[in-house]
Design a protein around this ligand. Structure first.
Ligand SMILES: Nc1ncnc2c1ncn2[C@@H]1O[C@H](COP(=O)(O)OP(=O)(O)OP(=O)(O)O)[C@@H](O)[C@H]1O
Length: 897
């Protein structure tokens, strides 16, 4: 694909540059039908606008809670027929599955739930006026927006260190918990009984390691080490936790606290009463009262009932599995979609709960050590990344050696699809699914996948009552934001997070710098942090007094997550959202950046299965960068497809760890031929290499396959040869590696299924953005109508809207502000095609250019030079795609259908 042509000569346009006026509003389009589950069999027809020019082909066979009361200050050519297809997955768990692709933690995490019919009625609204909430916009001193530490670090009333940041070790927990005594327990039946391989197991104590001697001495040793290192680094910022506890070094205090924890655990094991649970809460965390929903959830779990827990962000969900984890006899497995989140949760475990982590991003030694500790019984809470459960070694440990008391599915809306596999494989009886943001439909699908009874749903409001919400439409956001921050109550806020969308605002920062800023923010040495969505996900800074959205979030789920960073201490926190049409248009275009055409999916499948041989032991690879360009697909999208091929209804392949597959090698000591005589790997390298400038260049999987070893083993062997001074080598070309399990019998159907699935995801993302935008418009409009534009009013208004959204309320009006036509569109596309007649385009590629979105084969570095780049950002993407399809047909001399 010649997508790199320098200039397209498209300075000649059918039209002069135009003012970016909003297009005339047309009647609403029928809404997209968001995905339900790719395993279900319901189907819908859709018009095929993706299939121009190319024919599908087969590969060549050759190859909260109770708020603590705080005084409130104030307020192809041949169109492909679409057969009936299974409808897509209920959420999009796969993009996030590989920890090496640390993605956008929120947007990827959001589910693709079925939206009820009638959900899409369009509501007209005015966008012209700015509605200012009645916050006092008094010009006072400018708040500090800085990444520099405050000199003296004095931070006012909230200067307590409040971020539960602890040592980044992967095995946590200082004190073994008391053994489970096999004693009379009135609620014995309440505890989870595991049924492994058909045998009911009784709880057993993990015996000797739990004696009180090792418990104390280990505690002291670790405490001393920790105190030293943490005080040295000055990295502590924990309110109830570390700072105070570390100073405590009076040896007498430690055992007494541990003993009280032990006693409290034993009391709960004897009787699961409110009183005993509060005592345990106090002993473990120092809190006096449970927050709304916590006690109910803990009791439900201790009664062995699988539970769905929906609590707002920051309401204290973690505690709902941590307390059962210390009470229940076996291990608690916590499955979370993001490795970064798991690491943070591990760090935040109370010191007396021993934790560990298993993820595919770990080295083999690290994972083996964790598994050893699991087998020993010295880990109580184990964080596991989803793919680990597909690992046979892991499963065998849990089905033979270790008793699992509880499985926690965190961010359940992201991993629900996968979680049903877990149920089948582990035969665990008690599951706790947790989420902060899920619509009713999503909840239903999670609960049915996890077999959670509808009576075991604990759901509190999506937004905590201590968050004061306000919204304004702004044509000059920077000015308005500075004004807002100079006015009460934002001026008085201790810590502020400003969320913005586009990189230009927070710049690509080194991870080290980012974590330094996070530390300073946690320590109240930076007052305002301007951040992207990722910031704050893992940190638990309790005293964030204000959250400002400088850009429109991509969904209400994202919005709710982000405002949930505020007021985690139960105090009032002020959350203001600025929105504007330009950002909305930009985001709406970006929602189409992951979309792929049927043709591309088919080409991709052909390549994936091109290497099929009868041997299923052969390792295949797909070099990420070149494949991405070849298929015009983002790497994440390719991984999503590969994961679907692994985890979908039919398993077509088995994914292996990613590798750098191209090896360039030089021989140094022994001559290649002599070495090859005694080393089969070297012999294979000589056979399979190309010699380029005296160097041997070969593909690692190809050589490994030829001698019947795993690519990893070949890499190890090369390392050994290097250590002996025989060779030097370099590896490049990161690639997805996999083994083919089954070659699809019908490539066309599979192509259509996958394309439809991706299209549903795309439509759903668009719908969510529209719902977010409409909610902002709704709040501003309502204020105008009632002339009651104050924070209290806006809070209620937005809360209701959020509630409706998450309830899946059919009456929720979702506004589609995109233009549905433009008189110049076809003419411009024609000129564009004429001036780039040497380049092959798909309708989608043209629409992306017209929307100003770069893609792997048509990068913005090249295509942003065109006169048409981003010109039709205000016209619905599909309208542009259809116009492009029609013009492409004309261009190749055919009429549009
Ligand atoms: N009963 C309680 N009393 C006081 N503080 C509590 C209580 N329960 C939890 N917290 C605190 O509230 C904060 C938020 O808790 P946690 O991180 O578990 O929330 P979450 O619901 O998991 O939030 P997120 O969805 O952001 O992960 C933590 O600092 C926690 O210690």
């Amino acid at each position: 694909m010649d997508a790199d042509s320098d200039s397209d000569g498209s300075h000649i346009s059918a039209t002069p540059p135009r003012d970016p006026l909003p297009p005339p509003r047309l009647p609403p389009q029928p809404p997209p039908k968001p995905p339900t589950s790719y395993k279900s069999t319901a189907s819908t027809k859709r018009s095929s606008h993706l299939d121009i020019i190319f024919k599908l082909k087969k590969p060549s066979s050759s190859k909260h809670d109770k708020i603590e009361p705080v005084p409130e200050p104030e307020p192809k050519v041949k169109p492909i027929q679409q057969p009936d297809l299974p409808s897509p997955v209920g959420n999009f768990p796969f993009q996030i599955r590989r920890p090496s692709d640390q993605p956008h933690p929120i947007s990827i995490g959001r589910s693709l739930e079925t939206l009820p019919a009638g959900f899409f009625s369009t509501r007209r609204a005015s966008f012209s006026k700015i509605c200012k909430p009645s916050l006092n916009f008094e010009p006072e001193t400018l708040p500090e927006i800085t990444a520099e530490p405050k000199i003296n670090g004095s931070d006012g009333p909230g200067s307590t260190k409040t971020c539960n940041k602890k040592l980044p070790n992967l095995i946590r927990g200082d004190v073994p918990l008391p053994p489970v005594k096999l004693q009379k327990r009135s609620e014995e039946g309440n505890f989870v009984r595991l049924n492994f391989n058909g045998y009911k197991r009784k709880f057993t104590a993990k015996g000797k390691k739990m004696n009180s001697y090792s418990y104390k001495s280990k505690y002291f040793k670790r405490s001393k080490r920790r105190v030293k290192s943490e005080v040295d680094t000055g990295s502590l910022c924990d309110e109830e936790g570390l700072v105070s506890e570390i100073k405590l070094q009076s040896k007498a205090e430690k055992p007494s606290r541990c003993e009280s924890v032990e006693a409290a655990i034993s009391a709960v094991r004897n009787e699961v009463s409110d009183e005993n649970l509060v005592r345990l809460l106090k002993a473990l965390y120092g809190y006096d009262l449970f927050r709304d929903g916590q006690l109910e959830a803990i009791k439900m779990i201790l009664a062995g009932k699988s539970t769905m827990l929906v609590l707002p962000t920051g309401a204290g969900k973690s505690l709902c599995y941590q307390i059962p984890a210390v009470v229940l006899p076996g291990i608690t497995l916590v499955v979370s979609p993001l490795v970064a989140l798991m690491i943070d949760q591990l760090k935040q475990l109370p010191r007396m709960i021993q934790g560990g982590l298993l993820s595919s991003s770990q080295g083999p030694e690290e994972a083996a050590e964790t598994l050893r500790m699991v087998q020993e019984g010295s880990i109580k809470v184990l964080f596991v990344s989803p793919e680990r459960f597909l690992n046979a070694d892991f499963l065998s440990i849990f089905s033979t050696l270790t008793s699992v008391s509880l499985v926690v599915v965190d961010e359940a809306h992201c991993v629900s699809e996968w979680a049903s596999l877990l149920r089948a494989k582990l035969n665990v009886e008690c599951i706790l699914a947790m989420t902060a943001t899920a619509t009713t439909t999503t909840l239903q699908s999670i609960m049915s996948a996890l077999e959670i009874s509808s009576t075991n749903l604990i759901q509190k409001s999506q937004v905590r009552d201590n968050l004061r919400l306000s919204v304004s439409l702004s044509s000059n956001r920077m000015k308005d934001m500075l004004k807002l921050m100079k006015s009460s109550p934002f001026l008085g806020a201790q810590s502020i997070i400003v969320y913005c969308k586009f990189q230009s605002y927070h710049s690509g920062m080194l991870a080290r710098d980012r974590s330094r800023i996070q530390e300073l923010f946690c320590a109240n040495k930076i007052r305002v942090v301007v951040a992207t969505v990722a910031f704050g996900m893992g940190i638990d800074k309790r005293d964030v007094g204000a959250v400002i959205h400088y850009s429109l979030p991509e969904s209400l789920e994202e919005y709710v997550q982000e405002i949930g960073r505020g007021g985690r201490d139960g105090r009032l926190s002020y959350c203001h959202l600025f929105f504007d049409d330009v950002t909305y248009y930009k985001l709406r275009s970006l929602m189409h950046s992951d979309g792929v055409d049927e043709f591309a999916v088919n080409k991709f499948l052909c390549q994936v299965f091109a290497d099929d041989t009868s041997s299923h032991r052969k390792v295949c690879s797909l070099v990420k960068e070149s494949a991405s360009r070849k298929f015009d697909m983002k790497e994440e999208v390719m991984l999503t497809l590969l994961t679907h091929l692994e985890l979908g209804e039919t398993q077509y392949l088995h994914l292996l760890p990613q590798l750098n597959v191209t090896c360039t090698l030089n021989f140094h000591k022994t001559s290649p031929m002599l070495l090859a005589d005694k080393d089969t790997a070297v012999a294979a390298i000589l056979k399979k290499s190309e010699i380029k400038q005296g160097q041997y260049v070969f593909d690692i999987p190809t050589v490994a396959n030829s001698i019947g070893v795993a690519p990893g083993d070949l890499s190890n062997h090369l390392q050994n040869l290097k250590a002996k001074g025989e060779i030097t080598y370099e590896l490049k070309d990161p690639a997805y590696c996999y083994k083919i399990v089954k070659v699809p019998s019908d490539f066309c159907s599979l192509t259509e299924l996958l394309t439809r699935w991706l299209l549903d995801i795309e439509n759903c993302k668009v719908w969510k953005l529209d719902a977010m935008y409409s909610s902002a418009v709704f709040v501003v409009d309502t204020c105008e109508k009632t002339h009651d534009c104050n924070v209290a009013q806006q809070t209620t208004c937005l809360q209701e809207r959020i509630l409706d959204y998450f309830k899946g309320d059919n009456n929720l009006d979702v506004l589609d502000k995109m233009g549905q036509n433009s008189p110049f569109l076809r003419a411009d596309i024609k000129v564009f095609l004429q001036s780039n007649s040497n380049v092959k385009f798909t309708p989608r590629a043209i629409a992306r250019i017209m929307h100003g979105i770069g893609s792997p084969a048509y990068p913005s570095s090249t295509w942003s030079r065109t006169h048409f780049w981003g010109r039709y950002i205000q016209i619905d993407f599909k309208v542009v795609m259809n116009a492009a399809k029609a013009e492409l047909m004309n261009f190749v001399g055919k009429d549009a259908p």
